[in-house]
Design a protein around this ligand. Sequence first.
Ligand SMILES: [Zn+2]
Ligand SMILES: [Zn+2]
Length: 259
Amino acid sequence: MEEIPLTYNIMESLVKLFSEFLLYIFIFFLILVFRYFLAVGLFYHYYYIKNKEKFRPKRLSKRPYKKKQFRNEIKWSLISSAIFAITGAFLYLLYNLGYTQIYLKFSINDLWYFPLSLLSVLLIHETYYYWAHRWMHKQAIYKKVHKVHHDSLTPSPWTAFSFHPWEAMLESLILPILLVTIPLHFSLVLFYLLIMTISSVINHLDIEIYPEKLQKSLFGRVFIGATHHHYHHSEFNTNFGLYFTFWDKWMNTESDKML
Ligand SMILES: [Zn+2]
Ligand SMILES: [Zn+2]
């Protein structure tokens, strides 16, 4: 007699949990779509519409965009946003269950821990991305996972999140890895997501926005910008890095044209 209401209660809780999970996926999806159109839209408007003539000579690729390229990039980016939203909802669930190391309270130690944790996250993500990227370029993997991104031979700001769902999954996996293993303040996580978004748009802009002096300085030799990633899209087997050039330099995969 008692088992029926108990089973019913468990079922009811599961349905509630599942519908909440779906709701969070939907909310994260809306946020991610908004961030895509806002970040890409701002850069696209400034460099490709408002100051089109000024930046035309600075375009890195001589090849024109393919017919319907932007439309396809937006389509794949929306699918990527759905994948990222599932990861986001999963992370929110992990956070509520106490499995992430995200913290909310500020302390005096954050003065030194903030920059240190940011640098750690950047270096770990760089290493994860570089090797995952090299793996995605293996012949057996490439067509299924990474070809969608390279269909954009001439990158555009809209290419920033244009990935096949398998690649989007692989790319989003770094977030749970980081948030479960490293204590990070919530504001730092948001700041890091902002860096991720802006750097992806800048790297795919196909216009070098850093001044020539800066590019030739230590900054330009250490950090990746539009020129570095432009060569990845045009030469295909060089410049695999994300934020920094060190893995490409160590593994001898940096394009000769970067010298
Ligand atoms: Zn690639
Ligand atoms: Zn790319």
